[in-house]
Design a protein around this ligand. Structure first.
Ligand SMILES: [Fe+2]
Ligand SMILES: [Fe+2]
Length: 136
């Protein structure tokens, strides 16, 4: 799939603090792969990224459940797809070069995840704001 790669920017912020903070944190962690020459550290960061992603998806799904978001099942499925891709990367990483790992992370976060925020996550924003109040 042809996918644009984008860094975090404020246009990704929804004004829902807990979600925005987690989204931003994932981009920051992904950016830390650039120019990192230590295999052990890269593997640790990859595992950390996997944990952050799981945590974010769990929190987001809980919030969507709380707000009775009607497309939650489809959204969960997208999250599952992404967790699977990350799990595959973690499994492959041992036989990949650090540059290849950094490329895959960029594709996953700055491509897929960016796109997920801009399309799938964006879809729940009006409902969440309405249910949670606009104080963020
Ligand atoms: Fe999501
Ligand atoms: Fe999200």
């Amino acid at each position: 799939m042809d996918m644009r790669l984008e860094d975090w920017s404020d246009k990704l912020a929804f004004g829902i603090d807990v979600i925005d903070a987690q989204h931003k944190q994932l981009f920051e962690l992904a950016a830390s792969f650039e120019g990192n020459g230590d295999q052990i550290r890269v593997m640790k960061t990859l595992a950390l990224l996997g944990n952050y992603v799981k945590e974010h998806f769990r929190d987001e799904e809980q919030l969507l459940e709380l707000c009775a978001y009607p497309d939650l099942d489809a959204h969960r499925e997208l999250h599952r797809t992404f967790r699977d891709m990350l799990r595959d990367l973690l499994a492959d990483a041992g036989k990949m070069s650090l540059d290849e790992i950094a490329d895959r992370v960029r594709y996953l976060i700055n491509g897929w995840f960016y796109n997920h925020i801009m399309v799938a996550d964006l879809d729940y924003v009006p409902l969440l704001k309405q249910r949670l109040g606009d104080t963020g």
